[in-house]
Every structure is written in C-alpha cells, then in structure tokens.
Design a protein around this ligand. Structure first.
Ligand code: PLP
Length: 470
C-alpha cells in the first residue's frame, strides 16, 4: 500500500517509510492512497476474535509487503499481550455498561493508564522491528505536557534500536505523570526537565529536528507525535472490537470521543470508511473548543489556550483535523494546501464540506464545572468513577446523541487515578487508589536531568549520553 500527503506535493511512500518519516516534506500528513474495505460478511467473520487476532485482521491490509504475517503477529503480541508493562486486562479494551444503551470502552488498562498506550506500545515495537531489519539506530525525541511522554517511554523502553529523550516542563506536570516517566530507569531512556513551559519544550524539539548535526554519526531523529500514521492505524482496531461486541455488523453502533488533536476520533472515522456500521461520531471538547465551533458554526478561529481539568485535551489547533479535511475536499491536496496556506486568517469550510462532516460528526463542549458534576453524578448513580476526559465524552454523548436505540460507546481515555485533582473536586471523600501494579509509584527511584531552556546545552547533553556506550 502507498501513502500520500494531504497537501499533494510530497512523494508517496511505502508503509515503513511513512511510519519512520512523520510529517511529509510539503508540510502535510500521510494518509493511505486508498482504504481497505471490509464487507458485512468480512466483519461478521471477525465476531469473537480476541483483541490481538482482530488487530491483525485490521492492520494487515495497511502494511503491504513491509512486514510478513508472522512479523506483524509478533509485533501485535508484544504490544497488547499480558506481559510485564503491557496490558493488564485480558480483554485489552473491556466494555462496561453505564446506562440502558450506553457503554464505556475502557482504554486505560495499558502501562501508563491512558489510551495512548494503544498507539505507542505498537509504535515502539514496530519501530524496533523495522530498524533492526535496516540495521539502523535512531533517536526518538519529543516534548510532553503529560500523557504522551510516559506512553512513548513505555513504548520504547525495551527497544534495542532506539534511544528516547523526552522533554517536560520542569515542575509543571502532575506528580503522577512525572513519576510515570522518570521512574523508568532503562539505559535508553532520558528524561529532560526543562526550565520553561511546554511551548519552550516543543520549540526545542522543533529546532532539533530542523538541524540534527549535533547527533553522533549516522543517527537521526524520529517523532512519535500523534500525526504518525501508525498511531492512528492502531486505534482503528478498538472501534471494530467494541462494535463487534455490541452487535455489528447487524447493528449500527455510535461513539463519543474526548478530543484534542483529533487522532483518536479520526481512527473512528476511518473504521466507518472501512465498512464498520457507525452512524454518529461525537467530538467532545473542553473549553478549548475549536473543533466544536468548527462543526457547529463553521468557526475555526484559534483562541488562546485555557488550562482545564482535562489537560490532555488542552489544544489550540488539532493537527489531525487536516486528514479529515483531505477527505472532505475530495482528496485534493492542492485544495487542502490552499485552505491551510494562510494561518493568519480563520479557516472556513466550504458549505458542502461542512455538510458532509455534519453527516457523521456531532460536537459538544463541556466546561470544568460541568465536568466535575458529571463525575459526581455518575459515581453517585452507579458507583462508576470517570476520569475528567471521559466525563466530557459521556456528557457530550448524552446531549447530542441522535438515536436511543443504537448503542452509544463512550471512549474512556484515562484511568481516574491519573487525574486525582479533578476527582477530588467532584468527590472529596473518595479515595482513588492507583491500580495494583502502580501502587509503589511514590517509592520508586526517579531519574531526570534538569536543563536550562538553551539549545546548545540540551544538544550537548544528548550528544554526551548518546556517545556513552550506545
Ligand atoms: C491524548 C488524550 C486525549 C485526546 O486524544 P486526541 O487523539 O489527541 O484527540 C483525550 N484524553 C486523554 C486522557 C488523552 O491522553
């Protein structure tokens, strides 16, 4: 299978090159030239498959010649198996019923308690395999405000051909999030606590990608951010998995997704395009509501960032939205490039593009006050504890769902213990223990390097670490 850029001017690439490239050279994002399609009969035949088996069926058509069936099976087994540091639930992505026809898809049973493990466990294994075959060693570098960094570290910690450097803003991530990163003591994992804010970290990463001459011979930087195609692809699987358990392909199933960068919900959109019977996808946002404004009012004006109780959805512009735009504009890269050319003027979708988006997508915004109420109400009614991101998805689903008969699945993107502040505001009397395998998190040894917001010093540190015995 070939992959093309959403801006139409970069060379098309194989699966392996797409995964190792990240952003296309024309500034666009890579998408498959055409999507695999599963008939109702194909989907019916997937009923009853366990998660790993289903992942194999969904992912296989994308990888083409780049992986043998056996190689793909191994990568999937290592990503979603029940081993140390992997997924803790035999179902991998279990469903829990919260109302008559409403379900929670628990995506937080991976090593870092957030859904990003689904993408990053797979990406780490995939990278390592492809790099071994090529005899190459790379350096993963990324900035994090929380969830992505820990999931990337967990995904790469066992990879022989990767060194990973994650920058977080010193003293500005939650303690659970910091410890999830800094207590990983593998030789190939380097945490940098930068004296600055998240934007400073991101700028440092961008500048490093732009000029990689500081790296030792033959090394190059690879990105693991949510624009990486393999991350989206891995997320398609759980839409099929949940829908199959709720009666697909005979039944239509709908989803509500707490949304930030639009990667997770875009995977749901792809599942629909691939034949899964989905009628409605709900974009649930917090006060950072650019996507809600875009879908409801065709207003895509970026606004200053608001720090909310659901920090993993605090974004100004959603990078993966470009992949949807590419479809809405008839897969015309030139049209997408033109639409996005001048970021100083607000983007407006054409009437037909907006109408097409609204056929599938609905949207709703939930503020912090309501998020807290939803956590409290749900707990008092059913004893089920929602994390703040999930609470936003649940509330949005209840507000805008079109059909009471079709099952609504709300994606639970994080375990509530990961965001104790929000839960404490909702339920001051309630203890939320960390899951058993993380109970000693507060006792574990931490390792990180505090560095000033200074490019040469960060590069010196990286070069030194990379030449010491690696
Ligand atoms: C990353 C994240 C999101 C947002 O997902 P996108 O794919 O960026 O839309 C939602 N909830 C949690 C807990 C996350 O970590």
């Amino acid at each position: 299978m070939k992959f093309v850029s959403t801006r139409g001017r970069a060379p098309s690439l194989s699966f392996a090159d797409t995964v190792l490239t990240g952003l296309a050279s024309d500034g666009g994002l890579y998408v498959p030239e055409s999507l695999p399609h599963f008939s109702s009969k194909d989907i019916a035949a997937m009923a009853g498959m366990d998660y790993q088996r289903l992942a194999f069926e969904i992912i296989r058509p994308f990888v083409g010649e780049d992986l043998s069936e056996r190689e793909l099976r191994n990568i999937i087994e290592r990503s979603y198996g029940l081993g140390q540091g992997q997924f803790r639930h035999r179902a991998v992505a279990p469903l829990v019923q919260t109302d008559t026809n409403e379900w929670i898809l628990e995506l937080f049973h991976g090593p870092t308690l957030a859904f990003k493990d689904f993408a990053l466990q797979f990406l780490g294994q995939l990278f390592d395999h492809l790099l071994k075959k090529r005899g190459e060693r790379v350096v993963v570098m990324g900035a994090t405000s929380g969830d992505t960094g820990s999931a990337a570290i967990e995904g790469c910690r066992h990879c022989d051909n990767i060194d990973i450097f994650i920058l977080h803003p010193h003293n500005r991530v939650s303690e659970v999030q910091r410890r999830q990163m800094t207590t990983v003591l593998s030789d190939n994992v380097f945490n940098i606590a930068m004296e600055g804010n998240f934007d400073d970290c991101q700028n440092m990463v961008k500048a490093s990608f732009a000029n990689q001459s500081f790296l030792p011979d033959g090394r190059r930087l690879v990105a693991v951010n949510s624009i990486n195609w393999a991350r989206i692809m891995a997320q398609i699987v759980y839409y099929f998995y949940a829908a199959l358990r709720l009666g697909a392909p005979d039944k239509t199933v709908n989803f509500s997704v707490p949304t930030g960068n639009f990667g997770d919900i875009f995977a749901g959109y792809l599942a629909k395009q691939m034949g899964l019977p989905i009628d409605q996808l709900v974009i649930a946002t917090n006060a950072n509501d650019i996507l809600h404004r875009c879908i409801s009012d065709n207003d895509h004006t970026p606004k200053p960032l608001i720090h909310s109780l659901s920090p993993s959805m605090d974004i100004m512009v959603s990078s993966n939205f470009e992949r949807l735009l590419f479809d809405l504009y008839g897969r015309d890269g030139a049209a997408v490039a033109e639409l996005l050319a001048d970021r100083s003027v607000p983007m407006h979708l054409s009437e037909s593009a907006l109408a097409q988006a609204q056929k599938t997508f609905s949207s709703y915004r939930v503020d912090d006050a309501r998020t807290i109420e939803v956590i409290r109400e749900q707990y008092l009614a059913t004893g089920y504890l929602l994390d703040p991101h999930t609470a936003i998805g649940v509330e949005a689903a209840r507000r805008v769902r079109r059909s009471a008969e079709q099952p609504m699945v709300c994606l639970s993107t994080a375990h509530p213990a990961k965001f104790p502040d929000a839960v404490a505001q909702a339920l001051p009397q309630t203890e939320i223990p960390l899951p058993a395998h993380m109970q000693d998190l507060w006792q574990r040894e931490e390792r990180f390097k505090v560095l000033p917001n200074d490019l040469p010093q960060v590069h010196d540190y990286m070069a030194t670490m990379l030449s010491e015995g690696h």
